[in-house]
Each structure stands twice: as C-alpha cells, then as structure tokens.
Design a protein around this ligand. Structure first.
Ligand code: GLA
Length: 730
C-alpha cells in the first residue's frame, strides 16, 4: 500500500513514485497538512503542526486551550470559513440558521486500492486497481451535520496525487454550499514563483512567472467556461528553479467552467493554495441526504523543475485521462475546410479539397461550420442541426460516399450549446437561451447560449445530433463553443437554485459529451472554443484532442504551444499547417508536427514543389507519430528568450530523438550550440540527416553546433537521431 496510517501518531503518509504527502489528525479532530514534497521514508514532523507567530489576536479552541495551536496559523488540511482560520477558505456552507460558520473535523477514514470515479463528472482513472491507492477521510461538522469527505488518490508509477471532495448533508435541515474547493494545500514557505497561463483569443496560454507576495493572488474564470484568459492551471516552483531542476508543484483542475486558483501568503511566510469551482455566482442547495461533488484536481510534485512537471502531466494524461479508441489508435491525418472556405462551400468544392489532399496522403476531410440550417455566415442557424441541401445537394450521404470512395474518412462540425436568434429552434423556444427575466441577453458572434442545464433542451439537441450521426458514416466531430456566458439564468430553475446555473450548465455539457462518446465510440471527438478557449483536462476526458488556437501563424504558435505543453501532451494539441502568410511551409510543418498534425487550407492549387514538401511532411508524420505522442518533451530554448525556439522529443526507451529548431529572428545566432537533454549518456546516436555519430554524453554535455543548419529569420532545422552501436574506434 502506498498509503500508510500510523495509528499511534495519528498520521497518514501518502506516497507516489517520488513524493510524499502527510496529514495528521490533531487534537479535537483538526486535520493538518504536515508535508508535501520529495518522497520521505518517515514522518517525524514534530514542529510542523503549529506556526508560531500569530497574525493578530490568538484565538484558541476552548477544549485544546491557549497553546501554540490556533486555527489561524495551523497548516489546515481543508481550511473552513468562520471558525478561527482567517485565510482563504476552501469550504463555506450556510446552515439553516443562516450563518456560514463551517468547521469540519475528522470522523473516520478508509483506504483502498484503485480510484473512484465522480458521478456525472470527468476525472482521471486507473487502468487497473494496482496502479493507485485511495484514501477517503470523512469529516463532520458536529453542529450542522455537514459531512465532507476528502478523497485522495496516489499513483505508484508517477508522482501524481489527485484530490476531490464530496459534501453531504447529514442533517434534517437544508444546507447551502457557498464554496467547496477541490484542493487545499498549506505550504510552510512562500519562496515560490507562481506560474500560470494567461491569454486571449488567438493568443492562448502564455507562460507567466511571478514571485509570490503577501496577500491573495491567483487566476480564475467567471466566463462560464475555463476560458481563453486564464487556464485552470497553476504551478509553484522554487525561486531560482530552472526548466530542469527545483521543487515544483503543478495543479490542474479537471473542470471546464468557472474556476479559482488562489494562493495566500501570510505573516509566517507560509502559503495556502486552493483550487476549485469559483464561488462567485455559485451556490448549491443540499436537501437532507443530498450530496455535492467537487471536481478533481491533479497535483504533480517533482524536484525536476517545470520540464519534468510537464513530462509527468503528459505521461499521466496519455495513460490515465484520455480514453476511447483513439487513446492508442493512430488518429487520421485530417484536412479542415475552415480556413480554406469559411462558409463558402458546396459538395463539389469539398470533394475537390479531398481529392487534392488525398494525393498528399491526407486521410480525412473535416467539413467545418456552415453545413446546416441556412448558415452562409455566422448570423444564423445554430440550433438547426439539419443539412443545408442548397449547399450539399441530396444531403450528407452522397457527399460522404464520394469522400469515402477516395479512401478518406469524413468529419463534421457542431456547436451544440449555442442558439442563433435567427433559427427555427429559437423561434419555437425563445426561453431556451440562457437569460434572466426582464433583461435582453448580450449577444456574442450573433448568438446566444443554449440552456443545456435543462434536460428538455439537452434532449432536443441530442436528438438532432443523433439523427445526423446515426444516419451517416461520420468518423469525427469537432465540438465548438464560440462565446462566453453572460446573463446567467435558467428559466426552469426556482429562484433559490438559480446560483447553481453555471455548474448545472457544465454538468449538462458533460452529459451531452458522454452521450456522444458512449453512443458513437468510434467517432473521434475534437473540442474547440474559438480556438483554445476551453482547453482543460475535463475536455480531454471526452475528446483526445483539442483545437489549440485559431491562430495558425507558426511564429505565434510557438508561444502558444510552448505554454500549452506546460501541462497538456502533444497528443492533445491540434496543430495545422495553414496558408497563413508569415512563415514558409517548412517551418509551419515543423511547428504543426509537434501536435496532432493536419492541414487547414485549400490544397487544390499547390505548386509541384509544395506538393513534394507536403508529401514529405506526411511521411514524417507517420514516421514520428509514436515518438511525438508518447515521447518525452524537452523545451530547450523558449521562443521569447532569444531569437530561436528549440524543442526536443526523446523516445521513452531513449533510442532516438527529434530535435526541432526554428529561428524567430536570426540576429542573435552567429552561433547556436544545442544541448539535447534526457539522452542515455552511454548510448550512441546517429544524425539521420548527415550520418554523423555522437555519444549521448557528448550531445548532452558538449552539444552540437547547429550554426550552419539555420540561417536568417524563420528558418527551420529538424534533425532525427537514431541509436546506433558504439563505433569501434571509440
Ligand atoms: C471557431 C473555431 C474555428 C472554426 C470556427 C467556425 O472560431 O475555433 O476553428 O471552427 O469557429 O465558426
């Protein structure tokens, strides 16, 4: 068992492959978080239970008396509101008396092999019960009857722990959850930098690193989705840590709606971190016996810096989050019609795209927005999911037959959680859009949000989708979401449940996605939200890949992909070569090859030279497919730190690697010596481009001089190295 309970010391130690997490049941049942970090074999952590200096006046538990222990400074395992802990709280529940004083203490626990799922919600999973152990600690508020179960799972082969929380009403009276964060960690120091991912449409997931300061800081979303602005990700890395070394804790929220990730540093220079559903505009009413499930947070600890943290997330998500047929099966190489045609297509044009793309080796045509209702622009028809036969004569079947006859698969675009005011659906059901009484909802991209918090609305949209998907041979669905949620309200919810809307909406989305992937398990689902506006691990549970950004400019993509790779694997990162003018096709190919490679352009008028280049990209795509998806990523040079970006992917067996160099601006590079990482120093590797052989040690410690391989702005050099026997004269 990787979870041990020491009955005498009343201490739990939860071990992953490389980390330990220690919880103590203190006097009067207070749960304390004594340690989280590098794996330790013992738990003699006396002194870690209290933090000496009081912030202000010291408040004591009357039974424990005025000792050095006070809830205000103790490392609380799950900080509660209003009972003497004045830091940001993970839990606040309003009781029938109308106050929100909340104080849960240890009641019991259970340890078992495996990992539970969370009803109605995505979460990471075990492939077999011996992969991980779970601890559930039941806590109770003896005054209100509130029961809170803290659920921890630790994995044996990766330094990953997951946390989630179950809140139950064990009383006879109603309770209202005002906040229930999924993760609370109390670190004894604040000598960390907070790393987060900020962005906007077409500029997603830029890395920001800032030293922690006293007070509250963090990232959040109130947009109804995880959002372009901040990703539900936060890492704490020691001041001075590097890409390859230093204590680093990464947290990623398996949720697609409003979130908060907040750190508070106090006068003791200790840090509380909480991550969970954003309490703004959130409440959840619990009838007696009712249960609320707070989603999961994935916690990674490593002393190997941000680089190793990323590799752990990648391995873990590929193995324990992404599901279905395309978890392991090779995904079809696609061409998408959006940037090639926007709304302006018909069957013949699409078949023309497919014919030209097939010649290059492309395996699937994706028909993007514009195939349904009377949609010839973005002003109408969301909600009317039937084929526009003016564009696609005879419907989908004849088109798909023509595409299939070319030996290609076929994919389609949907935006199920939206409704255009100019749609048959809206005319029939104007109250089906998200709105509040008396206010005209804001409009975004000429559309409203469809209220999928309602079961009747979900049924309608599902039936429409089912009709198309069951009657046609569709291999892929792109699921889009092109605005944020304002005017949050649902016509069917009584007033005292209105604040549940945002979470109910997300649960509705999950139910729809679950229906899609269970009814059509062979369909490859790709998520999207104005590019990467809903790029979170919860979406990866349903769709193994997500459209990374509407920005397909290869230079801009460097920052976006470097940032995305902080916690999301290459297998999830959709990246297409497009006709965007800034870089040449060679560089676009190298950058897109890092993700789930594809094309997004009109392939009908390419020059012979371009065709040959594209064919060679397709060959590389097949050759390096497994390496890129399952290999270990090393971000050797970040694009913003110099004139070039360099990244490397090493096979898990260390028997080969791919080195990618692109110059953003050549000025800095009179000389470029690249030192690959993660190789076996004892092995020898041949550069497949020129046949030169080097030891792993030489490559890592001396590096190779790439100065002559790149020249000028936007130049590209991709080198693959293969393990070879040691040369005889070495
Ligand atoms: C969003 C997506 C694009 C495309 C359009 C269609 O912006 O990110 O890839 O699908 O919608 O309207």
């Amino acid at each position: 068992m990787s979870i041990i309970f020491d009955e005498k010391k009343r201490i739990f130690r939860l071990d992953t492959s490389d980390s330990s997490y220690v919880i103590k049941i203190y006097d009067e049942g207070y749960l304390l978080n004594l340690y989280y970090g590098k794996k330790i074999p013992d738990c003699n952590l006396s002194g870690f239970e209290t933090r000496r200096r009081n912030a202000s006046f010291s408040l004591a538990n009357p039974v424990i008396g005025e000792t050095s222990f006070t809830p205000d400074t103790a490392p609380m395992e799950y900080g509660c509101n209003g009972a003497g802990d004045f830091r940001i709280s993970a839990l606040a529940v309003r009781n029938a008396d109308g106050n929100s004083v909340t104080d849960v203490r240890y009641r019991s626990h259970r340890i078992y092999a495996g990992k539970p799922s969370i009803p109605g919600m995505p979460s990471t999973y075990v492939n077999s019960d011996d992969e991980a152990d779970t601890l559930e600690i039941e806590t109770v508020d003896s005054v209100t009857g509130l029961t809170v179960t803290l659920v921890y799972t630790v994995f044996k082969s990766v330094p990953v722990m997951t946390k989630s929380v179950r809140v139950e009403n064990g009383s006879e009276r109603e309770l209202v959850v005002e906040r229930a964060f999924s993760c609370c960690c109390d670190f004894p120091t604040m000598d960390f930098d907070l790393v987060s991912l900020w962005g906007s449409h077409a500029c997603e997931r830029n890395i920001e690193r800032r030293p922690l300061a006293h007070g509250v800081q963090g990232v959040e979303s109130k947009r109804g989705v995880s959002g372009h602005s901040q990703n539900p990700f936060a890492a704490f890395t020691r001041h001075g840590s590097t890409e390859e070394s230093g204590d680093t804790y990464g947290f990623n929220f398996v949720y697609s709606g409003n979130f908060s990730a907040l750190a508070e540093c106090d006068h003791n220079a200790s840090t509380r971190f909480i991550m969970g559903i954003n309490p703004t505009d959130f409440e959840w009413k619990l009838i007696p016996g009712g249960t609320f499930y707070a989603p999961e947070v994935v916690c990674v600890y490593t002393d190997g810096g941000l680089g190793e943290m990323s590799r752990v997330f990648h391995r873990f998500y590929n193995n324990n989050l992404i599901r279905g047929r395309y978890k392991t099966e090779k995904r079809p190489l696609l061409i998408n019609s959006w940037e090639a045609a926007y709304f302006n297509f018909d069957s013949d044009k699409l078949v023309g795209f497919a014919e030209a793309a097939r010649e290059l080796g492309v395996e699937m045509l994706v028909m993007d927005d514009g195939w349904f209702g009377k949609r010839n622009n973005d002003k109408c028809s969301l909600g009317d999911w039937y084929v526009n036969e003016d564009k696609l004569e005879g419907g989908l079947a004849p088109l798909i037959e023509r595409i299939n006859a070319l030996g290609m698969k076929f994919g389609i675009w949907y935006e199920p959680e939206m409704i255009s005011p100019d749609s048959d659906l809206y005319r029939a059901h104007p109250d089906w859009c998200v709105h509040v009484p008396g206010r005209e909802p804001l409009i975004g991209r000429r559309q409203y949000v469809l209220d999928v918090a309602r079961a009747d609305v979900r049924e309608n949209v599902w039936n429409q989708m089912y009709e198309v998907l069951s009657a046609n041979k569709i291999d892929y669905v792109k699921w889009d979401f092109n605005r944020n949620i304002s005017d949050a309200g649902s016509a069917l919810l009584p007033p005292e449940h209105q604040k549940e809307f945002f979470h109910r909406f997300i649960l509705g989305t999950y139910e729809l996605m679950d229906r899609l992937v269970t009814t059509f398990p062979d369909i490859l689902l790709e998520n999207c939200s104005g590019g990467g506006g809903r790029y979170d691990p919860a979406m990866l549970y349903y769709s193994p890949q997500i459209w990374t950004s509407d920005n397909t400019d290869a230079i801009a993509r460097l920052d976006i992909q470097f940032g995305t790779s902080l916690c999301y694997p290459a297998s999830a990162m959709s990246a297409h070569v497009s006709a965007n003018p800034r870089a040449d096709y060679k560089m676009k190919g190298a950058v897109a090859m890092w993700g789930t490679f594809g094309y997004e352009m009109d392939p009908r008028h390419l020059s012979d030279e371009e065709k040959e280049l594209f064919k060679s990209q397709v060959r590389d795509y097949h050759r390096y497919y497994d390496l890129i998806r399952y290999g270990d990523l090393y971000r050797l040079v970040y694009p913003d730190r110099s004139g070039a970006a360099v990244w490397e992917i090493v096979s898990p067996e260390k028997d080969g690697f791919l080195l990618n160099i692109v110059t953003v601006c050549s000025f800095d590079y009179f000389r470029l010596i690249v030192k690959p990482r993660g190789l076996d120093p004892e092995k020898y590797y041949r550069n497949d481009s020129d046949g030169e052989v080097y030891s792993g040690a030489l490559l890592m410690y001396a590096g190779i001089d790439c100065s002559n391989s790149i020249w000028g702005d936007h130049s590209t050099c991709v080198m693959h190295f293969t393990e070879v026997p040691a040369p005889e004269n070495e």
